[in-house]
Design a binder for this molecule. Structure first.
Ligand code: SF4
Length: 442
């Protein structure tokens, strides 16, 4: 007799505390709990317990694994094989972005019984209904793939309204392991308030994963979640971790209004797009606790911005950063170097732009082609990158630096290291000026 119905596992992507909140698993768990199932979460990024000990303790009838493309797949493969050899009767389900993009190549492995494509809440609970014998109609469970004799079959894809979901099952994780210290607060939790994005940046998989749809949780429901987090975990700030938070301006303004009247007294930050940022909205957000906004600057080269289909110009970027300075809102910049076709002139333009806008944090990434993106297809077509969707190979591909640009790898590493050091210096300067000790981790 199983102790629990489902064990949701977050494979190792980066073992560190504070860790990234496994938002997807928290929602899948709360939905299943509401349907009467017993669920536990095992986050291998923060928990040191041995997998077999966890399996002995919980004896789940189903294990769910969510992961991104990258090195986490290595761990997900190892875990799945160990679960299978521990108890072959346990059903193993894979979900998450990589599975949504490559359901066939995941499902063909003998250590995977089912895949979830897209929204996982109803799909996972629907599978639990089937496994627990509460339903025998697997074909009626949307968003899944399964094996029928020798054939792989997929059911209909449907999209949830995230506003109808129960609040995340925070009680299943040790929230202390996910609280960050930032310049604006000491107990910052990340929350997720929407899914998808209507834009089509060529390096980003979100448009394909969510088929261009954007769906948001209502401002009222966000506040309910924040109240719970403040009461139970004493958070003093939150960071919105959405793909694209501020698509719906009315929702943003409503959230500000509710924050103002809630007396929660929380600071916050969010990601935004340059073309969406408006002075009047940022001003209101700032009055309601916003302390940091993070923009995808991506490149300082007009040619590269067009190539990335970013929908923003260098001039717009400069204007938005000076607007943030005027409003006294700190603004960070995320940008990439080493993009396909990028040359030394493009790189110099990016360095010039970042130095000019002087963001609070300059998060420099050396580009890697990710599946499910136009740029990934471009790299494959132009033989800039070798990819193998065999699950045993994917992790190794992403464990190395893949230089797809016309710039030397040593120069890319030097530029990245320059910005990394500058960020550390900024943090140290901030600590000194505020007479505070401790390391703020971005
Ligand atoms: S990078 Fe951001 S704005 Fe562009 S498609 Fe992805 S989520 Fe949307």
């Amino acid at each position: 007799m199983p102790e629990i119905d489902a064990l949701l596992i977050n494979p190792v992507s980066a073992r560190m505390i504070p860790a990234f909140v496994p938002h997807g698993l928290l929602y899948i768990a709360s939905f299943a709990i509401k349907r009467g199932y017993r669920v536990a979460i095992y986050d291998r990024n923060v928990e040191s317990d041995n997998l077999e000990d966890i399996l002995k303790k919980f004896r789940p009838r189903m294990v769910g694994m969510g992961c991104l493309t990258g090195t986490a797949i290595d761990d997900a493969v190892v875990v799945s094989r160990r679960v299978r050899s521990f108890d072959p009767s346990v059903k193993i389900v894979w979900g998450g972005i990589h599975t949504t993009l490559y359901p066939d190549s995941v499902l063909k492995n003998d250590f995977v019984d089912f895949v979830v494509v897209g929204d996982g809440e109803k799909a996972f609970s629907g599978l639990l209904d089937v496994i627990a014998g509460n339903s025998d109609a697997i074909e009626s469970v949307d968003n899944i793939g399964y094996k029928d004799s020798r054939q792989i079959k997929f059911t209909r894809r449907s999209f949830l309204n995230p506003d109808e979901l129960p609040q995340p099952a925070w009680h299943l994780i040790s929230v202390e392991n996910y609280l960050r210290r930032k310049f604006y607060a000491d107990r910052v939790i990340t929350i997720n308030t929407s899914r998808g994005c209507p834009y089509k940046c060529s390096f980003c998989c979100v448009p394909r994963v969510h088929t261009g749809k954007w769906r948001g949780v209502s401002a009222e429901k966000i506040i309910e979640n924040l109240k719970y987090l403040k009461e139970n975990y004493k958070i003093d700030a939150f960071q919105v971790d959405d793909d694209e938070f501020d698509i719906d301006r009315a929702r943003v303004l409503k959230l500000c209004e509710l924050l103002r009247h809630s007396r929660l007294n929380l600071k916050w930050s969010h990601f935004s797009r340059i073309n969406i940022a408006k002075e009047e909205v940022l001003k209101i957000e700032n009055e309601c606790g916003l302390r940091l906004v993070e923009f995808g600057v991506e490149s300082g080269s007009p040619r590269m911005l067009r190539f990335l289909n970013k929908g923003q110009t260098v001039e717009q970027i400069i204007n938005v950063y000076s607007m943030c300075k005027k409003l006294k809102i700190r603004a960070s910049a995320l940008f990439m170097i080493g993009l396909p076709t990028e040359n030394n002139d493009d790189l110099a333009a990016t360095v010039r732009l970042i130095n000019k806008i002087n963001p609070y944090i300059s998060l420099c990434t050396i580009y890697r082609p990710y599946p499910g993106t136009e740029l990934f297809d471009y790299c494959l077509d132009n033989k800039l990158f070798n990819y193998n969707d065999d699950l045993d190979k994917v992790g190794a591909i992403y464990a190395q630096t893949n230089n797809t640009s016309e710039i030397g790898t040593r120069l890319l590493l030097r530029v990245k290291s320059y910005f990394d050091r500058r960020n550390i210096l900024n943090e140290i300067l901030y600590i000194i000026t505020r007479f505070r000790i401790g390391l703020f981790i971005y």
